[in-house]
Design a protein around this ligand. Structure first.
Ligand code: ZN
Ligand code: ZN
Length: 102
């Protein structure tokens, strides 16, 4: 099940489960839309993959054993272990390659 992580790994802003600004890679690395667009240029600094909007988990249990009350968001705040200059160099090397070709 997708882990709904609570913050952007780069700027640390809160990304609650209903946020339309959360972006994730296939490893669930989580960043805000602003960082993805202006800093990361659709390159995950942890794995090199592209991003997609994170789906919003329903608040209500529309089906048995589903929804936020049954499957609450994660609470562990994460921060990328890469420095800003490392990220800039990594992004520069991959941003012009489409995610499907990386
Ligand atoms: Zn951010
Ligand atoms: Zn990633």
């Amino acid at each position: 099940m997708l882990e709904l992580r609570p913050n952007c790994e780069l700027c640390d802003r809160d990304l609650p489960p209903d946020s339309a600004d959360a972006r994730i890679c296939t490893y669930e690395c989580t960043f805000c839309a602003s960082c993805v667009e202006s800093v990361l240029h659709d390159v995950c600094p942890n794995c090199g993959g592209g991003f997609q909007p994170r789906p919003i988990r329903p608040r209500s249990a529309w089906r048995e054993a589903t929804g936020l009350a049954h499957d609450p968001p994660g609470s562990e705040r994460r921060h990328t272990r890469h420095t800003s200059s490392e990220i800039d160099a990594f992004v520069a090397s991959l941003r012009d390659v489409s995610p499907a070709e990386r």
